[in-house]
Design a protein around this ligand. Structure first.
Ligand SMILES: [Zn+2]
Ligand SMILES: [Zn+2]
Length: 253
């Protein structure tokens, strides 16, 4: 299985428009972060988690010309705003399978009403094939995906486990019962916004404490704000099995 980090930034991305913060002005490519998303590939399958406003650019950079579906963690714009750009896939493959909680499907239907239009749909508008998911395992191709219920402040969010890989973003808290699903991971991806605390995201200290509890072989931090600091400086402070993810990083497991 190959994982490509398509974006590792928080909702505004890095650099933030108009910001003169030193991290936003950094020349290091690792300090440039698009909105969070990952591409997961195994055998001939390719799935993307989330479809934020940078989706088009991410698909071009990753040279991705076929995807089998999009899994949504939740409805926030930094995870969904790129949905219109599935059209090139639609023209080649037909309707795009999407996997999301029914609340998220409803939010997409409101924001992208033209995508879900059944009468007089504009020719060339994006098309989706809806798969509502609940907190129970489901199949993608020949593999089982285990959703993990997380809380993002007051909002329910899904994390996903595929084999020994788990991707949890926009988490603040998790019920003890859900921790069962995170045993024996080779790789855990978890959000770490900044050092200061936040009402709906883990900060660095909380993310490291969570990693200590889950005990994956390796952990990668994502959904990063410019306020966390320079990539190279932050990474030096981390335990040796914990890394900051960066855009275009690929890992295989
Ligand atoms: Zn987010
Ligand atoms: Zn969010």
């Amino acid at each position: 299985m190959k994982i490509t980090f398509l974006g590792t930034g928080t909702s505004q991305g890095i650099p933030v428009i108009g910001s003169t913060h030193p991290v936003c002005l950094s020349d290091n490519p690792k300090d440039k972060r698009l909105r969070v998303s990952v591409l997961i590939e195994w055998d001939n399958y390719a799935y993307v988690i989330d479809c934020g406003p940078d989706f088009r650019q991410q698909m071009l950079t990753a040279n991705c010309n076929k995807i089998d579906g999009i899994l949504f963690t939740h409805e926030h714009a930094d995870h969904t705003a790129g949905l219109d750009d599935i059209r090139p896939f639609n023209f080649r493959q037909g309707d795009m399978p999407i996997y999301a909680h029914k609340r998220v499907v409803k939010a997409l239907q409101q924001r992208f009403a033209y995508v879900f239009e059944t009468k007089n749909k504009y020719p060339g508008a994006p098309g989706v094939d809806i798969h509502e998911i609940e907190n129970t395992p489901f199949e993608l191709g020949d593999t089982t995906v285990v959703p993990i219920n997380l809380m993002h402040g007051n909002l329910q969010v899904f994390g996903f486990r595929v084999n020994d890989f788990a991707y949890l973003t926009d988490m603040k808290t998790i019920a003890e019962a859900e921790m069962e699903k995170l045993k024996h991971l080779k790789v855990l991806v978890i959000n770490a916004l900044r050092e200061e605390s936040h009402h709906s995201h883990l900060n660095l200290e909380e993310a490291l404490a969570f990693i200590d509890k889950v005990k994956p072989e390796k952990a990668y931090l994502t959904h990063i704000s410019h306020l966390l600091g320079f990539h190279d400086e932050v990474e030096q402070k981390l335990p040796k099995h914990v890394f900051l993810a960066y855009d275009n990083l690929q890992i295989t497991l």
